[in-house]
Design a protein around this ligand. Structure first.
Ligand code: FES
Ligand code: FES
Length: 160
């Protein structure tokens, strides 16, 4: 093993991986290139746009601001693991579809992962709370209203 490489073991979407990674490899690049999970998008690479948002132990983080070695022993969830086990959409995905909550889709994985964690914390959010929770995820296409409507619908459906 090269001096600047480290062996890491982590869980991604319930699957355990052991890999050797360079010290400076970003977690976003590790997911996209080493694990071929390219659903995590990279926009700014500076922690600003939110496109690269994933869940680390259930909490949303910007994978462009974290090194792969820092994810050692942690549990990660990405957009590839959001759908239900039977392949049907997660309620957030279904509601985004129903409300036309995306256009180019570049921001969408990050938004869905952010909102998944948000609804875990707040099952009955107000529109203002959804907008506040979305404020770190930039979308240049939609104007946000349809995304907000989708999150409110998903929350309602998830409450049953
Ligand atoms: Fe990570 Fe923009 S790519 S926040
Ligand atoms: Fe294009 Fe959000 S749908 S950036």
């Amino acid at each position: 093993m090269d001096i600047d490489e480290h062996e890491i073991t982590l869980s991604v979407n319930g699957v355990s991986y052991k890999r050797r990674v360079e010290s400076r490899l970003l977690l976003s690049d590790f997911l996209r290139h080493d694990l071929a999970l390219a659903g995590t998008h990279v926009g700014c690479e500076h922690g600003v746009c939110g496109a690269c948002t994933i869940l680390l132990d259930g909490q949303p983080i910007r994978s462009c601001l974290m090194l792969a070695v820092q994810a050692n022993t942690h549990e990660i969830s990405t957009i590839e693991g959001l759908a239900n086990r039977d392949g049907s959409y997660h309620p957030l995905q279904q509601a985004m579809h129903d409300h036309h909550g995306l256009q180019c889709g570049y921001c969408t994985p990050g938004i869905l992962m952010t909102m998944r964690a948000f609804l875990d914390e707040n099952a009955s959010p107000s529109e203002d709370e959804v907008r506040e929770a979305l404020s770190g995820n930039l979308c240049r296409c939609t104007g946000y209203q349809n995304i907000v409507d989708a999150v409110l619908t998903a929350a309602e459906r998830m409450r049953g």
